[in-house]
Design a protein around this ligand. Structure first.
Ligand code: GLC
Length: 553
């Protein structure tokens, strides 16, 4: 299906503040569109869908890694930072994609993975081939093992995916990997590592990328030079106050101050957003203009669909953004968490697992109410798109895609599944390829079976099934993004009085958003109705789990 281009030609703007209230669409390239019938999405596939992105009305795309990788962690194990995975295309394909996106007025943000490379990176291969104490090994974090012959790990640390964080190399030394063993951690105390990343930032900036999403931005500088490494228990007990031996150390910001100088060499300056899962009040340091400039705020992503929780989070983060001099970011879904249309269909707070729903823990699909989940997701989206700040959307959420649970153990790819022996099902369920058509071997994703299986229900959720269909989630996103551009104003809001379970706010230009989190229909404030996530009831009231936008009279 080819969508007709209905919007006028635009070209990329030079406005240096473009990111502050942008709608950024995350593409997981291997699951977006497959142009060469190998079951894996690729760059030409993205280029073939530029028109779709343009008619969706987003301002920028963020591409998860497309670099050469053995896919031990979905591409977050990078073999070569300045190239394209041959299965996904070539550098020329990248240039063509960027050019076409820019022509459509869409900026391009790429993922940068500085905490670790892959074990196939030439530097790590050189480290393995070099002796203890060599310059090659110093680019990573090698330590002597404990025990008489170094046969025990240097410390009992665990990797994020489960299992030990240290791997032996056979000569008494072990290397650190906070994630999979195929992801050795870089030593950021080594100047060569620092210089090489500056080179990578310039490489992509010179090719025209507009910004970077910085993976695990809070882990780069580690205090592991000690002869006595702390134990896991000591690490776990250590406060996250800037002095933790691994996470969110104050000196990490020296690196980003240096990166900022590179970003500012360009016009407009390149932007960056930190993925830093740290305490909320430590985010401004990443987001300040002398650093990365923006940081993901994952607070809504971790919250239940609850008015009081949302209000608290929104107010707090608007204040935090002010402290940083940045704009805040809103995220419900990404390639790491259970899709929010599914999360919101699960029982709300009170259930002991509720805090974990956004994590990898396979939520029990039998207790899920899919219809309610989608209804709440649509309401949450309208609320998000009315907020001041930058909205990060994840591919497929505009179709209301749920988390896919029908994936067999053999089909699973996520190391999180294997490393914890299936206790957590991992993240494959949110990475299933996009359905473009209502039928076909991969619902139009490509010509062959996709690398992760799509459930039958994807046909009715496909782009083709929703396109032009008033009331569909796709058309809701399109209309909301169009209106958002038109209505966008200063980065502030004022809360309006509302009944319990209702959140209502107005932007400076009279743009009102009202969300009904309660189970009872609610009377709307005065104003002209612009859009709602579900129809109003016969009495013109706002039904449960619905958001409406109004223009104040
Ligand atoms: C980030 C990525 C995640 C990856 C991890 C290690 O959290 O979002 O997908 O597994 O870093 O690179």
């Amino acid at each position: 299906m080819t969508l007709q281009d209905t919007t006028p030609n635009t070209s990329i703007s030079k406005d240096a503040t473009w990111w502050r209230q942008a709608a950024v669409y995350q593409i997981y390239p291997r699951s977006f569109a497959d142009s060469n019938a190998d079951g894996l999405g690729d760059l030409k596939g993205i280029t073939s869908r530029v028109n779709y992105l343009k008619t969706l009305g987003i301002d920028a795309v963020w591409l998860s890694p497309f670099y050469p990788s053995a896919l031990a962690d979905g591409g977050y194990d990078v073999d070569d930072y300045r190239n394209v995975d041959p299965r996904l295309g070539t550098l020329e394909d990248f240039d063509q994609m960027t050019q076409q996106l820019h022509h459509a007025g869409i900026k391009v943000i790429v993922d940068i993975v500085p905490n670790h490379s892959s074990n196939l990176h030439e530097w790590f291969q050189a480290a393995l081939a070099s002796p203890k104490g060599s310059a090659e090994r110093d680019r990573y974090i090698f330590r002597d093992g404990a025990g008489p012959n170094g046969e025990l790990p240097p410390a009992d640390w665990e990797s994020i995916f489960g299992g030990p964080a240290w791997e032996p190399v056979g000569d008494g030394q072990w290397y650190l990997h906070l994630f999979a063993k195929e992801q050795p951690d870089f030593n950021w105390a080594n100047n060569e590592v620092r210089e090489d990343f500056l080179k990578t930032l310039r490489f992509w900036s010179d090719r025209g990328v507009d910004g970077f999403r910085v993976d695990v931005a809070h882990a780069l500088t580690k205090d592991v030079a000690l002869s006595d490494l702390p134990s896991k228990a000591e690490l776990d007990a250590h406060p996250w106050d800037g002095t933790h031996p691994i996470w969110d150390r104050d000196e990490v910001h020296e690196i980003y101050a240096q990166w900022r100088q590179v970003f500012n060499e360009y016009d407009p300056p390149r932007i960056a957003v930190a993925e830093a899962w740290t305490n909320s009040d430590r985010r401004p340091a990443y987001a300040r203009s002398t650093g990365l400039g923006q940081a993901f705020n994952f607070d809504l992503l971790q919250a239940d669909f609850d008015a009081a929780a949302f209000k608290k989070i929104i107010s707090f983060n608007l204040d935090q953004a002010n402290i940083a001099g940045s704009s805040t970011t809103w995220v419900y879904s990404n390639h790491d968490v259970v899709r929010h249309a599914t999360r919101y269909g699960l029982p709300l707070a009170g259930d002991p697992d509720s805090a974990k729903k956004w994590l990898l823990h396979g939520a029990d699909p039998s207790v899920m109410d899919a219809e309610l989940g989608l209804r709440r997701a649509r309401a949450a989206t309208l609320l998000e798109l009315a907020l001041p700040g930058c909205a990060y959307l994840y591919q497929g959420e505009e179709l209301g895609l749920p988390e896919v649970t029908e994936i067999s153990d053999e089909q699973r790819q996520d190391p999180a599944f294997f490393k914890n022996k299936g206790v957590e099902v991992g993240r494959d369920g949110c990475r299933v390829p996009i359905p473009w058509e209502a039928e076909g071997p991969s619902f139009g994703f490509g010509e062959v079976q996709p690398h992760l299986p799509q459930p039958e229900s994807f046909g009715s959720l496909s782009v083709a099934a929703q396109n032009g269909n008033q009331g569909s989630t796709l058309e809701l996103y399109r209309e909301a993004l169009r209106l958002r551009r038109e209505l966008q104003s200063d980065e502030s809001l004022q809360w309006l009085d509302a009944s319990e379970g209702v959140l209502s706010f107005v932007r400076p230009n009279g743009w009102i958003s009202v969300t009904n989190f309660s189970a009872q229909p609610q009377t709307l404030p005065e104003g002209t109705l612009l859009l709602s996530s579900a129809p109003l009831d016969e009495a013109g009231r706002l039904p449960a789990a619905t958001t409406a936008w109004l223009r104040a009279k």
